[in-house]
Write a protein that binds this ligand. Structure first.
Ligand code: ADP
Ligand code: MG
Length: 741
C-alpha cells in the first residue's frame, strides 16, 4: 500500500502479515480456522453482532452445522451413564447442560467430562461457542467452548470487553469469538491508521467517517452510535466499490461497436409472427419492442430478461434471434446443461416448424437452420455442427458453455442469448462479448426465471438493462406446495408416495428429486460417525438409492427411471425423451430438472431432503409441475426439526408462490458477506458489511455517485484512492464479486 511520503511511517499496515504483529501461534490459528493472514484481513473480519450488558442472545433460528456463539444462562444440569455398543463405542458419562435465553433452550453435551459440573452450575451466565447439531430431534452443541461470567450479564470480566458492547465474531471450532477479539485488540493497539482512500470532499458530501476510525469503532465501539457510524462508512466503501466497477463495465460496453441488426420487413421474423399459434402477451410485446430497438443500434445490447417459469421467455428470445438472422447474421443460445441445450434446440425447431428446416426438402422459402453443439457429441456430428456454424448455414447455434469456451468460429455472430442466468457468471458474459472478434461485440440477452430483487439487479446485474415478463400466458394451473415432516410424521411420507400412485393412475407423471447422485467413489464420505451426539446429519439422499427403494417398495409396478449429471449425454437425452413421451411414470432425478424442463403432463414433484436446496432452487424445481391443464402438487420432504431456520424456510416456500418474496428470503438465508463474495472459489471477497436485503438506499445512492465519477473520469486518473479501494474490496481481477451460484 502506498504511503504519503511526508507522513511518519506507521508501525503496521494493512498488508502486513499477522505473524509480524501477533506471533506465530495466533497467526496460524487465524489463518487455518478463518483464512485470515494479513492485518487487513483481520480488521475486515467484522463482528457478526454485539452482545449487550444484561441481554442474552436469542436462541432462535439456529442453523444445523453452523458455528454459533451465544450469551446464555445455565438452566438445568444433568448427568447420566450410558452403555456402549459392543465393538463400536465404549460406554461412559454424558453431562447435559441446558442453556437458555429465557425463552428457548439448547442442550450442551459433554462426554466423560463430569468435572465441568463444578463450573456450569444453574444460574451462571456465559458465552458458549460450538457447532449446532441435532440429536433426537433437538438442537445441541457438543463440547462447546465457553467463557463464564462472574454474574448474570456481567461482561466486565472479559478483557476484550471495552465499552457497553461486546463484539461477537464469526468464529470457528477451536477459535472462539473471544480469542479473535483478543487478537483484534492487539492489532489495534499498535496500528496508527491509514491514508483514506476516499477523498475528503466525497466523505463530507456523503457524511461518512474516516476509514481508520470506522475500522476501530466497528471492533471496539463505545456504544450503538459508534457501530452505526462505522457501519455506514464500511457499507459505503463496499457499495461504491461495486458500483464503480459496474459503471466502468457499462461505460466500456456501451461504447463498443456492435453489429447493427435493424428489422427487415417481409423477413423471417415476419413470417414467424404470421404463423404464431397464440397471441403474444402484452409483456412479450413490450419487451420485444425494447429488444428490437436495441438490436437496431450500433452499440451492443446488454439486457437481462426476467420472467417466471412459463412466462414465455423462449418466444421472446427466438423473435430476437430471427431479427438478427434477417440482418444476415447468426445467433447463439447458451443453456446451463446439455439436457437443457438439447431441449432448447428441440423446442426452437418445433416453434419454427418448416422455417427452421433449411437444407431439408420441406423447408420454407426463407428457412434457417438450428444446430446443437455440446461438449460430448460424436466427432462426426460435432464436425458437421462446427461446419454449419462456420459457414453461416446455421442461423442459430444452441449449446452449453462449450459453445463459447471452445474455439468455435462463427461466420457472423450477431447475438448471444444466455438462458438461466443464475448459473452464468460475469466472466462468461465477458467471454461472450469477446466472441464476435475485435471489431464488434455481439448483442447479449440473458434470461432468468429467478425473480431478482431491485438491489440484486443493481449489483450483480448492474451492467445490464433489466426487463421483466410479469404475466403468465393464459391457461396455467396453480401449484400447491406442502411440507412433509418425515421425521415427525412418517405416515405423511407414505401418503406422498400414494399421491404419486394416484396421479399416475390418472394418466399423469411425477418427479422425485434428490440432492445427490450417489454410488460414486469419493463423491461423499459416508462418514462413520457413530457418536450419538454427532448423529445430527446423515448424508443427503441419493438418486441411486432412492430409485431402487421406490421401485421395490412404495412405487412397485410403476415405470421408474433416473436422470442425473453422470449419465452420458445420449443416456440423458433418451431418459428425457422417454419421460416426455410418457413411457416413464416417475423420474427420480437430481437438480438437472431444475431449469427449463417442460413436460406438461407431470403433475407431482416430491423433493427429498428439501432443506438441502436453496429457496429459489425449490421454487424453480416446483415450476416443473403445473405446466399443463392439471394443477400441480409439490411436496417438500424434510427431517429438519421444527424451529430450525431450515424448516422455517421450507414453510415459507410452501406458503407463497410469489417469486419476488422468495428471492428476498433467499437473500436473507445467505450469510452476510456470502452474497457478493467469491465463496466458491475459496477467495475472500472484501464485501461483507453490505446487505442486499437492508441496504437498498446505500446501493442506489452509490450507483448514482459511481455513474457521476465514471462519467467524468472513467479511468480514475484523479481518484487513485478509489481505484485502490476497488482493488482491495472487489477483487484484484475485478470480476470475482459477482455471484456465480
Ligand atoms: P419460460 O422459458 O419463460 O419458462 P417458455 O418460453 O418455455 O417459458 O413458455 C412456456 C410455454 O408457453 C411454451 O409452451 C410456449 O410455447 C408457451 N407460450 C409462450 N408464450 C405464449 C403466449 N403468449 N400464449 C400462449 N402460450 C405461450
Ligand atoms: Mg425457459
Amino acid at each position: 500500500m502506498s504511503r504519503v511520503g511526508s507522513r511518519a511511517r506507521t508501525t503496521i499496515e494493512l498488508g502486513d502479515s499477522l505473524e509480524r504483529v501477533l506471533g506465530g501461534k495466533s497467526a496460524r490459528a487465524l489463518e487455518s480456522a478463518l483464512g485470515l493472514s494479513t492485518v487487513g484481513d483481520l480488521l475486515r473480519h467484522y463482528p457478526r453482532r454485539y452482545a449487550e450488558r444484561g441481554e442474552l442472545t436469542d436462541i432462535a433460528g439456529l442453523e444445523l452445522g453452523e458455528h454459533v456463539t451465544v450469551l446464555a444462562r445455565v438452566d438445568r444440569v444433568s448427568g447420566r451413564k450410558y452403555r456402549g455398543n459392543p465393538g463400536a463405542r465404549r460406554g461412559g458419562h454424558i453431562l447435559e447442560i441446558v442453556i437458555t435465553d429465557g425463552h428457548r433452550s439448547l442442550t450442551c453435551a459433554f462426554f466423560n467430562q463430569q468435572w465441568r459440573e463444578r463450573d456450569l452450575r444453574p444460574g451462571r451466565t456465559g458465552l458458549f461457542a460450538g457447532k449446532v447439531s441435532s440429536f433426537r430431534g433437538k438442537l445441541q452443541l457438543t463440547h462447546p467452548e465457553y467463557q463464564l461470567l462472574e454474574s448474570d450479564g456481567d461482561l466486565s470480566r472479559l478483557e476484550e470487553f471495552a465499552g457497553a458492547l461486546l463484539p461477537v465474531y464469526p468464529a470457528a471450532q477451536g477459535l472462539p469469538s473471544w480469542s479473535i477479539a483478543r487478537c483484534v485488540r492487539q492489532v489495534l493497539d499498535t496500528w496508527d491508521g491509514l491514508d483514506d482512500p476516499m477523498p475528503e470532499e466525497l466523505r463530507e458530501r456523503l457524511g461518512v467517517d474516516r476509514l481508520d476510525g470506522a475500522l476501530r469503532r466497528i471492533h471496539r465501539p463505545d456504544g450503538w452510535a459508534d457501530v452505526e457510524a462505522a457501519r455506514k462508512r464500511l457499507k459505503w466503501d463496499e457499495a461504491l466499490a461495486v458500483q464503480l466497477v459496474l459503471a466502468q463495465r457499462k461505460h466500456w460496453a456501451v461504447h463498443r461497436p456492435a453489429p447493427a441488426c435493424p428489422p427487415r420487413p417481409g423477413g423471417l421474423l415476419d413470417a414467424f409472427d404470421a404463423r404464431l399459434p397464440f397471441r403474444l402477451t402484452d409483456g412479450q410485446r413490450e419487451v420485444g419492442a425494447a429488444i428490437e430497438a436495441d438490436l437496431s443500434g450500433a452499440h451492443p445490447m446488454n439486457r437481462l430478461l426476467q420472467g417466471e417459469v412459463g412466462s414465455g421467455k423462449t418466444v421472446v428470445a427466438l423473435r430476437a434471434m430471427l431479427q438478427v438472422i434477417d440482418a444476415g447474421r447468426q445467433a447463439a443460445m447458451l443453456a446451463p446443461t446439455e439436457v437443457l441445450a438439447a431441449q432448447h434446440a428441440r423446442s426452437l425447431r418445433e416453434l419454427l416448424g418448416d422455417l427452421g428446416r433449411a437444407g431439408e426438402l420441406d423447408a420454407a422459402e426463407q428457412a434457417t437452420k438450428v444446430v446443437l453443439l455440446t461438449g460430448s457429441m460424436s466427432t462426426a456430428a460435432r464436425r458437421q455442427a462446427l461446419l454449419d456454424i462456420a459457414s453461416g448455414a446455421a442461423g442459430i447455434a444452441v449449446g452449453t458453455h462449450a459453445l463459447i469456451q471452445d474455439r468455435v468460429s462463427f461466420a457472423d455472430l450477431g447475438m448471444v442469448v444466455v438462458d438461466e442466468q443464475h448459473r452464468f457468471g460475469v466472466e462468461q458474459r465477458d467471454a461472450l462479448r469477446a466472441r464476435a472478434g475485435e471489431d464488434a461485440s455481439p448483442h447479449v440477452l440473458v434470461m432468468t426465471a429467478t425473480p431478482i430483487p431491485r438491489t440484486v439487479a443493481m449489483t450483480v446485474y448492474g451492467d445490464l438493462e433489466v426487463s421483466a415478463l410479469r404475466e403468465l400466458p393464459a391457461g396455467r394451473s396453480p401449484i400447491h406446495t406442502a411440507v412433509v415432516p418425515a421425521g415427525e410424521k412418517p405416515g405423511w411420507l407414505e401418503r406422498a408416495w400414494q399421491r404419486i400412485r394416484e396421479e399416475v393412475a390418472a394418466g399423469h407423471q411425477a418427479y422425485v428429486v434428490c440432492p445427490r447422485i450417489g454410488d460414486s467413489a469419493g463423491e461423499e464420505d459416508s462418514g462413520d460417525e457413530p457418536a450419538e451426539a454427532e448423529a445430527g446429519r446423515r448424508p443427503p439422499l441419493a438418486v441411486q438409492e432412492v430409485a431402487p427403494m421406490l421401485e421395490s417398495g412404495p412405487l412397485a409396478g410403476l415405470r421408474v427411471d433416473v436422470l442425473h449429471g453422470r449419465l452420458s449425454p445420449d443416456g440423458k437425452d433418451a431418459v428425457m425423451r422417454a419421460f416426455a413421451t410418457g413411457e416413464v411414470d416417475v423420474l427420480v432425478a437430481t437438480t438437472v430438472v431444475e431449469v427449463g424442463v417442460n413436460v406438461p403432463n407431470a403433475t407431482v414433484m416430491v423433493i427429498m431432503d428439501a432443506e438441502r436446496f436453496g429457496v429459489s432452487q425449490l421454487h424453480q424445481l416446483r415450476g416443473r409441475v403445473g405446466r399443463g391443464d392439471a394443477p400441480g402438487l409439490c411436496l417438500l420432504v424434510t427431517d429438519m426439526p421444527e424451529g430450525t431456520a431450515s424448516r422455517d424456510r421450507l414453510d415459507a416456500v410452501a406458503a407463497t408462490l410469489d417469486g419476488f418474496e422468495l428471492a428476498r428470503l433467499d437473500l436473507e438465508m445467505r450469510r452476510e458477506g456470502d452474497i457478493l463474495g467469491a465463496a466458491q472459489s475459496g477467495r475472500r471477497s472484501g464485501l461483507r458489511m453490505l446487505s442486499l436485503l437492508r441496504d437498498e438506499d446505500v446501493i442506489a445512492a452509490a450507483r448514482t455517485v459511481a455513474q457521476e465519477i465514471v462519467g467524468e473520469d472513467p479511468y480514475f486518473a484523479t481518484y487513485t484512492g478509489l481505484a485502490r479501494m476497488v482493488t482491495e474490496l472487489v477483487d484484484p481481477e475485478g470480476a470475482e464479486y459477482l455471484e456465480k451460484t
